[in-house]
Design a protein around this ligand. Structure first.
Ligand code: 0RA
Length: 640
């Protein structure tokens, strides 16, 4: 083909300007010149290999971090074409490495499926590298070419024979561009593992020559394995539902599995990019779920007459799912370009997921019924919470006249100086009322027996008179309308017998507070009173022991002094008279309180606690017992 020199020169200038532009504004192309951008270079190269895998030509991708923080990405794909590109007059490899956006624009037919952050292509990596070497195994030969700061320094040469095909790219990020040049193998490993889930069967390896560590990532089952591992030990309801369909050139993969928690974990991907801002695919997925489960519930008569219909949030309680779609021309929108905009995708995903889900329900009635039952329970809890909120809103919580009759309020009106004892049982409540300092201590007796603690569910609790009284007394409102500033007391102290029943009512109240007023626990405002276990009478003197160890210490002491004594084991709060209760359990100067804490805090502590509470409320007695023991260890001893 005759070369048009004018066009060629113009092309050359454009190429240089293009890559110079990348070097002038690297952040625009790779996000930043810090750690994020540095790692993005690797992801960009790996994504090119993943495209080969998606096209069905590549089975493994090996990533190596070298001692000098240069990185090699090797695949066993077809190899980047080495023939001259018509009109450009240069080998395909060189065009790919030096022209912006040249990535998927040639080679015929194939579209770029996996995404670099901006789909910028490997030329950006070249432009931002001190040097880059590419090796192509193709047509029985090994070809090599070297670039420095994006510019070709050797032409593409045949350097040997080869019996295989594939592409190997090695590059060293330019130190004048990147402020961070040390690779973090954990970050690379995380993405490679994610890619292994999103591309079932693909083998990815990471070798860190700085430490000698080598890891392999492969997940035969793809996203289903991811969902199963996310649900491990979370009380999965049946096995995961898997969906795999291609419609109108869009590949839809989904894995769905419910667990017994209240949490929703749905991860969505478009062309292997994690679409954290959601988009049309997620909207379609959600409406398919809501519609299909409602349809099934109604047809099977699982929704009672008085029931409200299931809303999106109901069918997503305890849902773990991964949705991964692949389409030729994704439009990414949003702040971080991680929101899918393609409008046609909504209906497409909705119908594919809807059809598959309906089919699953028909063929797996036992599992389907469990899922519906869970959603129905969520809907009832939502309705009960709404009614309770309504109740709280209707009655002005600050208006003393609407306060529950059983509440013995304190005289002090400044909430920061007040505390409330929530006391199990009428008689203990009576002692507490008589023994308290009425200036700042309020008492709310709760009838433990009325609440069937074995079977109580949170939605049932909300419809209960005792719990409503507690909500009104505390004044903060619940759930979405919780407002800490409206609290009527600064400390909520749960006071129950030191026996199994007491432990049950206490954990039940804690479950309630955790679910509907977590803001109180987070702020360290919830406490557990510590009544003594023993009274040791020695003549006119009374000693209180709060543990067996303490009892033994006291009696040993008395024996040493030859003082006769009598031990009484307290079976309940009611056995103490008001003065004793004040002295041992309520007087801030002498009492001990346990402060209830969310464990972990920053490390998904709420999630873990959620799980524990769920365990507690389930039907298994053994996990409940274990929880109570674990919980006892987790509360901090606090002297006030
Ligand atoms: C364009 C066309 C073809 C393959 C590739 C690019 C390709 C690019 C990269 C980047 C890293 N690994 C890669 N492997 C392949 C298709 C060539 C053909 O039709 O044989």
């Amino acid at each position: 083909m005759a070369m048009d020199h004018t066009a060629y020169d113009a092309q050359q200038i454009q190429v240089l300007e293009g890559l110079e532009g990348v070097r002038r504004r690297p952040g625009m192309y790779v996000g930043s010149t810090g750690s994020r951008g540095l790692h993005h270079l690797v992801f960009e190269v790996v994504d090119n290999s993943v495209d080969e895998a998606l096209a069905g030509h590549c089975r493994r991708i090996d990533v190596t971090i070298h001692k000098d923080n240069s990185v090699t990405v090797a695949d066993d794909g077809r190899g980047i074409p080495v023939d001259d590109v018509p009109r450009v007059g240069k080998p395909g490899v060189e065009v790919v490495m030096t022209m912006l956006h040249a990535g998927g624009k040639f080679g015929g037919g194939g579209y770029k499926i996996s995404g670099g952050l901006h789909g910028v292509g490997v030329s950006v990596v070249n432009a931002l590298s001190e040097w880059l070497e590419v090796e192509v195994h193709r047509d029985g030969k090994r070809h090599a070419q070297r670039f420095e700061r994006g510019r070709r320094v050797t032409p593409l040469r045949v350097v040997g024979k080869s019996a295989r095909t594939g592409t190997t790219v090695t590059f060293k990020p330019a130190p004048e561009i990147f402020v961070e040049t040390d690779y973090d193998s954990t970050i690379l490993a995380g993405r490679l593992d994610e890619l292994a889930y999103l591309n079932a069967g693909l083998v990815l390896t990471l070798t860190d020559e700085r430490s000698g560590e080598r890891r392999e990532f492969t997940h035969k089952g793809g996203i289903v394995e991811l969902v199963r591992s996310l649900n491990k030990n979370k009380g999965a309801l049946g096995d995961a539902i898997t969906i795999h369909r291609v419609r109108d050139g869009v590949e839809v993969d989904a894995a769905i599995q419910y667990n017994t928690s209240y949490l929703e974990h749905v991860f969505t991907y478009v062309n292997t990019i994690n679409t954290v801002e959601g988009g049309t695919h997620l909207v379609g997925f959600r409406s398919a779920l809501t519609r299909t489960i409602n349809d099934y519930a109604r047809r099977q008569g699982l929704l009672k007459n008085g029931d409200v219909s299931l809303q999106g949030e109901d069918v997503r309680e305890g849902l773990t799912a991964v949705l991964s779609i692949k389409l030729p021309e994704p439009q990414f929108e949003g702040q971080t370009k991680t929101k899918l905009g393609n409008p046609e995708v909504k209906g497409l995903v909705e119908s594919v997921v809807g059809e598959e889900l309906a089919e699953y329900c028909e063929t797996h009635p036992t599992e389907a019924r469990k899922i519906v039952a869970k959603a129905v329970q969520a809907a009832r809890a939502r309705e009960a919470a709404r009614q309770a909120r309504e109740l709280v809103r209707r009655k002005n919580a600050l208006d003393v006249s609407t306060l529950p009759g059983k509440l013995a309020d304190c005289a002090e009106k400044d909430p920061t100086k007040c505390e409330i004892f929530v006391v199990e049982g009428e008689s203990a409540g009576g002692s507490a009322k008589a023994g308290r300092d009425r200036q700042f201590q309020a008492i709310l007796p709760i009838q433990g027996k009325i609440l069937n603690v074995e079977k109580a569910r949170v939605d049932k609790m909300l419809s209960h008179e005792e719990i409503r009284a507690l909500i009104t007394a505390l004044g903060t409102g619940i759930d979405k309308e919780f407002n800490f500033e409206r609290r009527r007391y600064d400390r909520v102290i749960l006071m129950a017998d030191a026996d199994v029943d007491g432990a049950h009512i206490r954990t039940l109240l804690l479950t309630f507070l955790y679910r509907y007023m977590p803001g109180l626990i987070e702020r360290g405002k919830v406490f557990i009173a510590q009544p003594p276990l023993y009274l040791i009478r020695a003549g006119k003197k009374n000693y209180y022991a709060y543990s067996d160890v303490e009892r033994d210490e006291i009696t040993a002491d008395l024996t040493k002094q030859n003082v006769p004594y009598e031990i009484q084991r307290y079976k309940g709060l009611a056995e103490m008279n008001p003065e004793q209760l004040w002295e041992t359990t309520m007087n801030p100067a002498t009492r001990t309180l346990l402060q209830v804490e969310l464990d972990g805090g920053e490390l998904d502590g709420a999630g873990e606690l959620d799980q524990l509470f769920k365990t507690l409320m389930g039907d298994d007695v053994e996990p409940r017992r274990q929880f109570i023991q674990k919980y006892a260890k987790e509360v901090r001893n606090l002297d006030i």
